[in-house]
Every structure is written in structure tokens, then in C-alpha cells.
Design a protein around this ligand. Structure first.
Ligand SMILES: Cc1ncc(COP(=O)(O)O)c(C=O)c1O
Length: 395
């Protein structure tokens, strides 16, 4: 049986796999991946924002190999050197005083929701944004401000309300005596790459301080250097009380982290929350290697330069194809090209046929999430492909 036949026989049908040529990727290095036939693609999907340092970065591979040969896993009943060291690096490079390790973005958000409720005592309501995405567990689905993810899963956990993203009044109106926190993505990813305005996040910070609420940022997708700073909130001058990160942190291994200021973190006591694999030794070593790369002098500056290059290129394409392209938006290397017509799936397939992987969101949005180590030459190759595809779509 082929891989595709095995999949359709044995795996529960939750994913729309890339139908175009039944793509099955088997190798990767840097910004490039290869399929079963040996064909190479520029990967601007990056495991969906996971490959910030590219595929199989030698320093990450070496850290994993080394730790896998020593000790892969111990229970959180015991102390762990890599876990403690990773916590130190995260705290020293963020607003946070303490962290909790989980295995995914959804789990990190679950931890944030539980911590906010524990901190809040009788208060429990968390206001999130319309069009947000916070994960697929029941509580994080409930936190997600998109009805399509709620359907079929009632009853969802109570205590979430949805306000309009980038509309401070809309959030303020929903605050009542049961409200404990506000939770937003500084850049909404799955909702279509929508960037928070400075006045919005600063306004939320002020609102949270005034009403004694916790401000929670979900940086699962926009963190880890993707915005051009290590954390997206650094663009805003408005830091959170709790923040979650995942995706890129493990260099391709599963990890999630909830980071918190002491005043919030202190609400958790031994036994309040736990995870068997959270803070796994191999994963923490991989994350330490990733952070070392991101924190190298000049690395994030280069990300910002590459971001300028790709934005300029895409804007030129938007000007050249005004009947097709509605908008280019995003932050750093988290970019959306919104089309005026429902052609995103076709554009994605056409890019793939020309050796470029991009991600279609809904009918009209193409999302580009290149690895942060992408070269300028690879960026111009990708821009040429998008140019060719738009030219074809226009005919
Ligand atoms: C902003 C955000 N939060 C949470 C999640 C859920 O992360 P995971 O799939 O690792 O559970 C995602 C995944 O796309 C995300 O983009």
C-alpha cells in the first residue's frame, strides 16, 4: 500500500492533506524540503510556523542527538537541568518571572486559562477576540472566537466572551465583576494574519491595570522571533502578565510554554497543574539550541531586513495585479497576501506546482511563514513564483 492508501485506511479523517500530487515530505534542510520523488520545494509553510531556524538545523540536531544518548525523559517528580536552564533563558529574555512547560500551544493556553482562574478566585470570565485561534482542546476551542470551531462540541466550558479585535471599547464593554482576564494574539494567525495596533494593545494594558485583570498574550504563532523581535509584544510597549509560546520553540519537537509574572504565577501551588512530558529533556535541549540561534547578535535584525524585502516585493506585486490582490499585511515573517477573488486554494496549488509551499486560509488569503533563516536569494525565488502564479490567475 502507498502512504496515501495507508492513511486513508487507518488514520481518523481530521486533516485535509495537501491533495495536490498527494504531497508527502521526507527530507528537509534549511528552507528546503523534498518529497518522496526527490522533488525540492521552498518551504514557506514551515510546519505551520514551527521551523523558525529551518529544517534540521545542525545545532538543534546535535543537541537532540546528544541528549537522546544520555537520558530522554524523567518524571517531573525530579529536578531537570535542561528544563531549569531553558526556564532561565526564557525569563532572562522576556517580561516573565517564571514558566510552566507543556507540549503544545493548546496546552500552554490551557495552563494560562487555569492560572488566570486560580488567580482570580471567584472571577472566571476571559474576554478573547473575534477571529482568534487558541487551540483544539475544549477550553481553548471555547476561548477561540470563531464559531466554526465550536460547532458539534457543545457544551463547551463556560466563561468566555468575544470582543472585536483592535476595538478597545468592544473589550471594555464586556468587562464585568466576573471578568478575570483578557487574552489576545498580538498578531492573529489562523484568523488571517491580522496585526494588533499599538493603541489597542496599550489600551488593553491600561484597561487590565484599571480593572485588575490579567492580560494574556498568545504568542504561540507570532512569538519566537517571527515578528522580527523575539516576542511580538516588544513592538508595542505593552507587555502581558501571562504569555504562551510553542510552535517554533522546539525547533520541530513538540513544546509549549506558559510564561508569567510572579504575581500571577504564585497562584499555582504544587498539584494545581502538571504534564508528564512537559519540559522533556530532549525537547528542552532542542529549545535551548533554537534560542541560542535566535539570540545571536544581529540575527533578529536580519529577520527585520528580510521582512522589509519580502513586504516590498509583495507590495510591488499587489501594485502590478490590482484586480487580484486586495492587501499585503503582517509583521516580520508572518505575512498574508489577501486576494480579491476566492482563488487562494488554486494559488496555493499553483505555487506548489512551481516548487513553493504556501498556506491558504479560507477562500482568499495566502499565508507565508518562511523560516527566519531564509536567504535573500530564496525570498526573490519565492517572489518570482508568486509573480508567475498571479500572472496566470489574472488571465
Ligand atoms: C495563536 C495560536 N494559539 C494556539 C495554537 C494551538 O497550538 P497547537 O496546535 O500546538 O496546540 C495555534 C496553532 O495554530 C495558534 O496559532
Amino acid at each position: 500500500m502507498t502512504i496515501q492508501e495507508l492513511e486513508s485506511r487507518y488514520i481518523i479523517n481530521t486533516y485535509n492533506r495537501q491533495p495536490e500530487k498527494n504531497l508527502c515530505l521526507v527530507e528537509g534542510r534549511g528552507s528546503l524540503v523534498k518529497d518522496e520523488t526527490g522533488r525540492e520545494y521552498l518551504d514557506f509553510v514551515g510546519g505551520l510556523a514551527v521551523q523558525v531556524v529551518g529544517h534540521c538545523h545542525p545545532a538543534v540536531v546535535e543537541a537532540i542527538r546528544d541528549q537522546a544518548g544520555r537520558l530522554m525523559h524523567v518524571s517531573n517528580l525530579y529536578y531537570s537541568g535542561p528544563q531549569a536552564e531553558l526556564a532561565r533563558v526564557l525569563v532572562e529574555n522576556s517580561f516573565a518571572d517564571r514558566v510552566f512547560f507543556a507540549n503544545s500551544g493548546a496546552e500552554a493556553n490551557e495552563a494560562a486559562i487555569k492560572l488566570a482562574r486560580k488567580w482570580g478566585g471567584d472571577r472566571y470570565k476571559i474576554i478573547t477576540a473575534e477571529r482568534s485561534f487558541h487551540g483544539r482542546t475544549l477550553a481553548t476551542v471555547a476561548a477561540t472566537g470563531q464559531i466554526k470551531y465550536h460547532r458539534g462540541f457543545a457544551p463547551l466550558p463556560e466563561g468566555f466572551a468575544y470582543a472585536e479585535f483592535n476595538n478597545l471599547q468592544s473589550f471594555e464593554k464586556l468587562v464585568d465583576s466576573s471578568t478575570v482576564a483578557i487574552m489576545v494574539e498580538p498578531v492573529q494567525g489562523e484568523g488571517g494574519v491580522h496585526v494588533a495596533t499599538k493603541s489597542f494593545l496599550r489600551g488593553l494594558r491600561e484597561l487590565c491595570d484599571r480593572r485588575e485583570l490579567l492580560l494574556i498574550y498568545d504568542e504561540v504563532q507570532c512569538g519566537m522571533g517571527r515578528s522580527g523581535h523575539l516576542w511580538a509584544y516588544e513592538h508595542y510597549g505593552a507587555s502581558p502578565d501571562i504569555m504562551t509560546a510553542a510552535k517554533g520553540l522546539g525547533g520541530g519537537l513538540p513544546i509549549g510554554v506558559m510564561m508569567a509574572r510572579e504575581r500571577a504565577a504564585a497562584a499555582f501551588k504544587p498539584g494545581d497543574h502538571a504534564s508528564t512530558f512537559g519540559g522533556n529533556l530532549v525537547v528542552c535541549r532542542a529549545a535551548l539550541a533554537v534560542l541560542q540561534i535566535l539570540l545571536e547578535k544581529g540575527f533578529l535584525e536580519q529577520v527585520r531586513e528580510k521582512s522589509d524585502l519580502i513586504f516590498q516585493g509583495l507590495q510591488q506585486l499587489a501594485d502590478r495585479y490590482p484586480h487580484l490582490v486586495k492587501e499585503v499585511r503582517g509583521l516580520g515573517l508572518m505575512i498574508a497576501l489577501e486576494l480579491k477573488k476566492p482563488l487562494a486554494a488554486l494559488a496555493q496549488a499553483e505555487c506548489q506546482a512551481r516548487g513553493l509551499l504556501v498556506n491558504a486560509i479560507g477562500d482568499t488569503i495566502l499565508r507565508l511563514l518562511p523560516p527566519l533563516i531564509v536567504s535573500k536569494e530564496e525570498i526573490s525565488r519565492a517572489l518570482n513564483v508568486v509573480d508567475e502564479v498571479l500572472a496566470n490567475l489574472e488571465q
